[in-house]
Design a protein around this ligand. Sequence first.
Ligand SMILES: NC(=O)c1ccc[n+]([C@@H]2O[C@H](COP(=O)([O-])OP(=O)(O)OC[C@H]3O[C@@H](n4cnc5c(N)ncnc54)[C@H](OP(=O)(O)O)[C@@H]3O)[C@@H](O)[C@H]2O)c1
Length: 269
Amino acid sequence: MTRFLFIGGGNMAQAVIGGLCQAGTSADAIHVVEPADATRQLLAERFGVAASEAPTEAGSAAAQVVVWAVKPQTYPAAAASLGGRLAKALHLSVMAGIRSDALARDTGSERVVRAMPNTPALIGRGIAGLYARPAVDAADRALVSRVLAATGAVVWVGEEDQLDAVTALSGSGPAYVFYFAEALVAAGVRMGLDAAAARQLVLATFSGAAALAEARAEPLAVLREQVTSKGGTTFAALESMRADAVAEAISRAAEAAGRRAAELGRAAA
Ligand SMILES: NC(=O)c1ccc[n+]([C@@H]2O[C@H](COP(=O)([O-])OP(=O)(O)OC[C@H]3O[C@@H](n4cnc5c(N)ncnc54)[C@H](OP(=O)(O)O)[C@@H]3O)[C@@H](O)[C@H]2O)c1
């Protein structure tokens, strides 16, 4: 039985713990360090896992996999409270911006995997970019993939810096989708739809189009061309977007997110 220690028992930790329990991990194999009384109570009620306000000797000594799920700004205090007692464990961090060098240094373990998840993980529809330090072997990678399976899909990247691009696409991406969807709903209302109908039309269009693209092998550009007959309605919309340089604006926005992710990573190092 693999023994897990979670540092932080908030939203992201609960998504992972819920998935582990559903996949058959015994609640006895999971210990959570969580300072908030209400959250500890919720963890006990919902999952039956043991939670303590501060790290315990027993919980730390037994841990084979440590999942770091505190906010990046509370990481230094959390790491200090562990005092390097977890040097033999595999460490999986979902914290934005904390570099694997810092985790390896603070934990004394080279077996560190960094994940950049996104919020749909909370309903099992997320996608996480993963980076493993060289000391992480195939068995560790498989274990991490299993741990995160219930939160959605995973994509491994070869360089840690690529996690900044992952942040720019999928980490921050749900907000871009909401932004685009908000604008479309507002346009629908201006054209006479009621807001609830417009919201339903727009959200189903996003999920349906994404599902269609996943089901087909054609490049995205080909799928777009297939629904764009010259002189038609879609053509009119795409010509308008072209004239407004929307593609370039989206590219600049994603690059701004990537630069910010890199800056935050440097600041936390
Ligand atoms: N939510 C997402 O979709 C998402 C997406 C990508 C990345 N992430 C990353 O995932 C991490 C966790 O995010 P979250 O949304 O799960 O945050 P969250 O709900 O705020 O959970 C963090 C938990 O850690 C607890 N905590 C604070 N200091 C601690 C310490 N010293 N030791 C142990 N636990 C401590 C907090 O307790 P208090 O409330 O008492 O402070 C809180 O319950 C963050 O680093 C974030 O960047 C999250």
